[in-house]
Design a protein around this ligand. Sequence first.
Ligand code: PMV
Length: 364
Amino acid sequence: MIEVDFVLKKYNSSNVISGSATWKTPSNIALVKYWGKQEPQIPENTSISFTLDACFTLTTLEYKKRNEKSNHFNFEIYFEGAKKDSFKPKIELFFKRIEQYVPFLKDYDFKIESHNSFPHSSGIASSASGMSALALCVMSLEKEINPTITEEYFNKKASFLARLGSGSACRSIEGELIVWGNHTEIVGSSNLFGIKFPFKIHKNFKNYHDTILLVDEDEKQVSSTVGHKLMDDHPFAQQRFKQAASNISKISKALQKGNLKEFVAIVESEALSLHAMMMTSNPYFILMKPNTLKIIHKIWRFRDETNSNICFTLDAGANVHVLFPENEKEVVNNFITSELIQFCQENHYICDRIGQGATQIPNM
Ligand code: PMV
């Protein structure tokens, strides 16, 4: 599918006067990282992520038809029950970017209400779950206006719209493993939206765990927008994009064969490559904290001593995602509580696992 396929061409919204839609949408964690993009939100390399479960955003979009089309977007935003005008510019920009595909936006007054299952200040990126939840709500309104759209189109377009809000958000619509970005070996992959990993996933990866250690709950010092931009004239950019493409080929095989050792090696290398890009950009920066490194070394030692398949990955921040298979959950959970939690801010951590994607919550 190409961009024009996502334009709602002729439509009649006169019968859709008012209503609401609510979506519960998970966050995701990239295994092969997206870092570097071109306009409009086209990734420089393919990425693949686990959809999460416990970390989600719950968003309700209320819509009310205006008497006449407005020349600007009319919306109010509430976050955790309080009016949040500081979120308005980001949503305004999102609406501007998606308007050509959902031309009914200025026909309505909107009220957006959002809640996160994880603390906003946890250092966990909420843009993936937040933007995908809003994109799904907008798609629910499109479906009211045009009930003929298929579920497949609905999901693809939701991912396409979410991508225009925040790149990684396009990987938060479905589960369990999502690929975003063209790749010759991944059938159906696209730069425009995320797709489900098209091959059978080995049972070793069923119910995979992700315990998120909250090392630093402060706001990130460098936004991902700035970070992506620094890849534009990064001295190692082309090499990095090639590395990511090759890691997609390798991880695809490991996921199908159930090769946990190979999986661990790729995932950790990807996390460190992402941070290596940050440390070698101009200007350079470091998002890891001393406790991030302490945790990594503890994980490596534990793996050496026990032959566990535990591994870590990192987002654009200091928190550590600890990944491990279902059959190791007891021993790894013991290790986490006895040896790793001490490095978390106020001992905070979140137990999450691979999830099935977004769900619509029926109206009360
Ligand atoms: O979606 P963005 O623009 O916030 O970028 C996300 C970048 C990483 O989280 C670091 C990697 C990824 O693929 O999710």
